[in-house]
Structures are given as C-alpha cells and as structure tokens.
Write a protein that binds this ligand. Structure first.
Ligand code: SF4
Length: 176
C-alpha cells in the first residue's frame, strides 16, 4: 500500500486525478510535509482537492489521524487558495475508507496541535514518553522505547536519570 504511495506519481480516471507523494506546506501553521495521496475530483469547471491518508493499522481511539489529515487539507487550502471540506482515511487492517469532514472543531484542534508543536520546539524540551495503548500502533515505537524510558517504573526512572545525567558527564576520551 505504502510502496504504491511512495513510487507512483499520477493516475487519471474519468472524473478523478490522483497525485501521490504531494509536497505540502503552510506558512500560517508553520508546517511542512508530504501527503500520501491527493485526489482531484472534477467539478463543473475545476478540479477539487481531496486528501487521502493511508494507515497500516485500524482506526485509533483518539483524533490524531484526523488531525494529520486536516493539517494536510489546511496546507493545500493555503497553497491552492481554495476550501476543502472533506478528505478520507484508509486503514489497511479493516480495508475501509472513512470520509472525514473538516469542521470547525477539527480545524481548531489541528491549529492548537501545530501551536503546541512549535512551543515544544521553541522550549527545546522533548516531552517524556508515556507508554499507553496507542504506542502499539505508533511508527516511533522502536526509537521512543516508552516502556524503558517512561518515568513511571523504578528501572526506567533509573535509566532516565542516568541518560540525562550522562549528558553532563565529562567525555572519557577528553579526560586522557
Ligand atoms: S511510542 Fe512514544 S511517541 Fe509513540 S505514542 Fe508511544 S510515547 Fe508517544
């Protein structure tokens, strides 16, 4: 599924043009990225963008996939000077495509998320990982290691403290 998204560039059907790996940016939200797929649906005299995001797993309990899709739509709106009311999420496990409406609540949540990301970047402090159900389907699981680095457990507290402390320890190579 993702191979096709990564290799194909353009497909045309009667009333739909499909573009893969579309670069995105929003100056207003301070976001940059790439959409898996943007469909362009033929309307009377124009082609209307409709972002589609492909996920390997199944729908999640929170809004994170919807926020990602909405951010893509908001980037496209700014780039193409248009309004996008809907997009879709496709889940590999269920093989189902779900239409997502970009309503005021989802747009507000997306803007707030972008703002929080910038606050984190500006502060230079990475939030501590907290292991939860959503970690199982997170693509960062192997890098993040939330079970080891979470501050909840005793061993993890020790490791976390050790890792942070070691940042300020002198480099043994320089001590010689
Ligand atoms: S693996 Fe890390 S980044 Fe991913 S959801 Fe869990 S805590 Fe967050």
């Amino acid at each position: 599924m993702h191979d096709k998204v990564d290799t194909a560039k353009l497909e045309k059907r009667r009333d739909i043009r499909i573009e893969y790996g579309v670069p995105l940016r929003s100056l207003r939200l301070g976001l940059i990225g790439k959409a898996d797929v943007v469909e362009f649906h033929r309307e009377v005299n124009s082609w209307h963008p409709f972002p589609v995001e492909y996920k390997r797993g199944k729908p999640k309990g929170d809004n994170c996939d919807k926020v990602q899709l909405c951010a893509q739509a908001m980037c496209l709106e700014e780039m193409l000077n248009c309004t996008i009311t809907k997009g879709a999420l496709f889940y590999g496990t269920t093989r189902r495509r779900e239409d997502i409406v970009f309503d005021v609540a989802l747009r507000t949540e997306t803007e707030e998320t972008a703002k929080k990301v910038h606050e984190i970047i500006t502060s230079g402090i990475t939030p501590k990982p907290e292991y939860s159900k959503k970690c199982k389907s997170c693509s960062l699981l192997e890098l993040c290691m939330p079970k080891v680095c979470s501050t909840k457990g005793k061993a993890s507290k020790y490791l976390y403290g050790f890792i942070n402390q070691s940042d300020s320890l002198p480099d043994p190579a320089l001590e010689k």
